[in-house]
Design a protein around this ligand. Structure first.
Ligand SMILES: *Cc1c(COP(=O)(O)O)cnc(C)c1O
Length: 393
């Protein structure tokens, strides 16, 4: 199969085979890693396809092509981190323009938009998208940018992408969706009306917790050309080696997501039945506030599960000490299971009042469910939950 993008094959097959057998020099099955900063001209005035790796690199382009195809976009700019991808998008706007951003977006995204607003580089309004009135009011001020992130972190709140994009585009806004938490296997925002998708490829797309990277995928060629121009201009493009690693990780994306999803559903089931647990946040549970929308716009419920333990911080500590298969670490989306305590880790920068307003209590625990054997994960979690329950409160 020399044309992996052939529509005769499913997306899973095309992702596994992205850019395979494209080496015309030696016929290497896996595309070679082009570790070079610069490319020789053929002669005077004879620039080849590539001239300098900030502007373009064959390895990075192979990843970009695969990502654009996965999201159904016109093109992708591969960046050096997820935050570089977010920052790249902000280059498209003038200081007098107005952006609507969810108040519970990724912490780094919040910090960036807040800093841009503070120095007058962009007018930013943080809005609770769960409050229809707040969003309507902000849209009434004719924003140039509407940012969507669904499911949210760490409470997995769901935003209706098609409904939000429809209203935002009606007032002329560019709609950008951060699709990091689900990957294109489970959610395709461009098909739901978003103009641009942003990824931290650090998470599921690379999937092995060994690369920091990002991508911006645009639905229309004009938007992609603009993003590509800015990506080269400000120099946020990703390294060839990281691109090689990420393309390697991407080949197993569909297979990984299947196991991530199976394990997460089982974990959510165990948590919702356990007496040590006060509340479970997982879009796959029928009682989750966004369950119906998630069911309609996603093909999977994700592999992030958050929950509140009954009791106090002491119970949460006992749980964190009591699990051994879950590494206590930030980040998510790798093959290995991780546990995080948002109040003391990812959201420690927030003051306590703001944290509680956002629903992040001392007993809240966030799990990134990996692809280990599900039975092992359940046994380990049970041990942690029993340890939490043994603490008298
Ligand atoms: C991690 C993350 C980012 C930032 O990506 P980095 O690769 O860490 O720079 C942005 N959005 C979401 C939803 C993330 O989880």
């Amino acid at each position: 199969m020399n044309d992996p993008s052939s529509k005769d094959f499913t997306q899973q097959t095309r992702t596994v085979r992205a850019a395979l057998e494209t080496d015309t020099q030696h016929g290497a099955v896996v595309p070679p890693l082009h570790l070079t900063s610069t490319f020789a001209f053929g002669g005077y005035g004879e620039k080849r396809e590539y001239d300098y790796s900030r502007s373009g690199n064959p390895t990075r382009d192979a990843l970009g092509t695969a990502l654009a195809e996965l999201e159904g976009g016109a093109g992708a700019v591969v960046t050096s981190s997820g935050m570089a991808a977010v920052a790249l998008v902000t280059q498209l706007f003038r200081p007098d323009q107005f952006a609507v951003v969810p108040h519970d977006c990724y912490g780094g995204t919040y910090r960036l938009f807040n800093a841009l607003h503070t120095r007058g580089a962009l007018q930013v309004r943080f809005v609770d998208y769960q409050e229809a009135g707040q969003l309507e009011q902000a849209l009434g001020e004719r924003p140039a940018l509407v940012w969507i992130e669904t499911p949210s972190n760490p409470l997995l709140r769901i935003v209706d992408i098609a409904a939000t994009a429809g209203k935002a585009k009606a007032v002329g806004a560019l709609v950008v969706a951060d699709n990091t938490f689900l990957s294109p296997v489970w959610q395709q925002p461009l098909a739901l009306g978003a103009d641009v998708v942003v990824h931290s490829t650090t998470k599921y797309l690379n999937g092995h917790s060994d690369v920091v990277g990002g991508a911006v995928i645009a639905a229309r060629p004009e938007t992609h050309d603009l993003l590509k121009w800015w990506g080269n201009c400000i120099g946020v493009t990703g390294a060839p080696f990281d691109s090689f690693m990420t393309l390697r990780g991407l080949r197993t994306l569909h297979a990984r997501m299947r196991i991530h999803g199976e394990n997460a559903a089982r974990v959510a089931g165990l948590l919702s039945r356990h007496p040590a647990v006060a509340k479970v946040y997982y879009p796959g549970l029928p009682g989750h506030p966004g369950h119906a929308i998630a069911r309609a716009q996603q093909q999977g419920f994700g592999a992030m599960v958050s929950f509140e333990l009954a009791g106090s911080l002491e119970n949460a500590k006992a749980f964190l000490h009591g699990v051994h298969l879950f590494s206590l670490a930030e980040s998510l989306g790798g093959v290995e299971s991780l546990v995080a305590h948002p109040a003391s880790m990812t959201h420690a920068a927030m003051d306590e009042a703001a944290r509680l307003r956002a629903g992040i209590t001392d007993t809240l625990v966030r799990l990134s469910i990996g692809i280990e054997d599900g039975e092992d994960l359940l046994r380990d979690l049970s041990a942690g939950l029993d340890a939490a329950r043994a603490v008298i409160w």
